[in-house]
Design a protein around this ligand. Structure first.
Ligand code: URA
Length: 199
């Protein structure tokens, strides 16, 4: 089974689509390769492109703050995006880019085998839902709901929520967002039952 380090090395040399020509840095993802939860965003923005790290701009600050409210540091989780290079002027990822680059995300998930995947926004949710055979209608219909899927020999949770940038534009959603993070925190701290829980 390949490691996150091996996948990262490959991403840092990728020329599979044209985005490598306009990017400053590749943004493979960062955090803990043994994380229980993976947060998936859309694509690097300007700050991420400059630093080579995901979610380090304004939306990233909000994500980091939400994590700390539920007792998690960025190093405790794994954070990445569907695309590993910034689309020029932050335009939407194209279906071809998602198909090509999404292979790296699938391999990252196979390497980490998380118990939970939190999808940040519409593009991440659509990608993860397709991957797990779940039906995606719209982010506003599925956000905050807990979906389950069978993968890596266990039951995993898939949690779609708004992209943190959406909360910056619509601060009235913040309370609901914090509530969704609290739920994520509670689900994470719930350990799997063992035999001792039944006797
Ligand atoms: N938005 C994303 O979807 N990902 C990032 O890394 C930053 C902003």
């Amino acid at each position: 089974m390949e490691t996150i380090e091996e996948i990262t090395k490959e991403i840092l040399n990728c020329k599979k689509c044209d985005l490598y020509k306009t990017k400053t840095n590749y943004v493979p993802g960062s955090g803990n390769e043994h994380a229980e939860v993976v947060f998936v965003g859309e694509a690097p923005g300007r700050e991420e492109d400059l630093k080579g790290e995901p979610f380090v701009g304004a939306a990233g600050k909000l994500l980091t703050e939400m994590l700390s409210k539920i007792g998690l540091r960025r190093e405790d989780v794994f954070i990445c995006n569907v695309l590993k290079c910034r689309p020029p002027n932050n335009r939407d990822p194209s279906p071809e880019e998602i198909e090509i680059c999404g292979e790296y995300l699938k391999r990252q998930l196979d390497a980490i085998k998380p118990n939970m995947i939190v999808c940040l926004g519409r593009f991440a949710t659509k990608f993860i839902f397709d991957l797990f055979g779940l039906e995606f209608s719209s982010i506003s219909k599925v956000k905050g709901r807990i979906f389950e899927a069978q993968r890596w020999g266990k039951k995993i949770k898939i949690v779609p929520i708004y992209h943190p940038a959406a909360i910056l534009y619509r601060p009235q959603l913040r309370e609901e967002y914090e509530q969704q993070f609290r739920k994520i925190g509670e689900l994470l701290s719930k350990k799997q039952p063992t035999l001792f829980d039944y006797i």
